[in-house]
Ligand binder design. Structure first.
Ligand SMILES: [Zn+2]
Ligand SMILES: [Zn+2]
Length: 209
């Protein structure tokens, strides 16, 4: 039980129906989305592994071309995709959550299969972990780290371009991925915004003129 009135992850005040949780609902959704993005045949882990295979280079693309990872990036990818890398972090959390009755240990197999199993049990139990697991903020920050590191390496180190938006419900200023598809929810109040609403010029400061 979280005794604090705030979300331990984003520090915003918890709503009444979130009291006692170790993460607010938007934080829970973000953790779940990031876990989901790591697993699967088209997930970040699989795409990271592909970047290590020279045979997968597109025809006609030169070896020294800008889309091949640099040597330091290659070593980082090797570390992350090896058995002590991302899978080590995920399975350590599965082990930890299992001791709270919140996860099922995997059955082994290929690394990709172990990644998928670990992510599946963590996602399945996330709603209960939010109520019961005291170190959820630590878990969230490690999942965030994996997501961001993999994303940067998969995209060849390009930072996602962010644009500012103002929440139509609570006026909160937040950033959204300019080249992402679809809308985004306000990180403070959860209000959904369509793409068109996000791209509207900010009007909040007009009265100050
Ligand atoms: Zn939060
Ligand atoms: Zn809002």
């Amino acid at each position: 039980m979280n005794e604090s009135p705030n979300c331990p992850i984003c520090a915003r005040e918890l709503w009444e129906d979130e009291a006692g949780r170790h993460a607010c609902k938007p934080c829970e959704r973000r953790i779940g989305d990031r876990l989901a993005a790591i697993a699967g045949p088209r997930g970040l882990y699989a795409r990271l592994c592909l970047r290590m295979e020279p045979g997968r280079r597109a025809p006609g693309e030169s070896v020294s071309g800008s889309s091949s990872p640099s040597i330091p990036a290659n070593l980082q990818i090797l570390d992350l995709t090896a058995s002590g890398g991302i899978i080590g972090t995920l399975e350590a959390w599965v082990e930890d959550w299992a001791s709270y009755g919140l996860a099922t240990r995997g059955t082994g197999g290929r690394l990709q299969h172990r990644i998928d199993q670990a992510v599946a049990t963590l996602r399945l139990n996330l709603p209960r972990a939010v109520d019961r697991h005291p170190a959820l903020d630590e878990f969230a920050s490690e999942i965030d780290g994996i997501y961001r590191t993999c994303g940067a390496l998969v995209d060849g180190g390009r930072e996602p371009v962010k644009a500012p938006a103002t929440c139509q419900a609570c006026g909160h200023h937040f950033k959204f991925g300019l080249f992402d598809k679809g809308g985004a929810d306000c990180p403070r109040c959860d209000q959904p915004h369509t793409r068109a609403q996000l791209l509207q010029p900010e009007q909040a400061d007009a009265s100050a003129a």
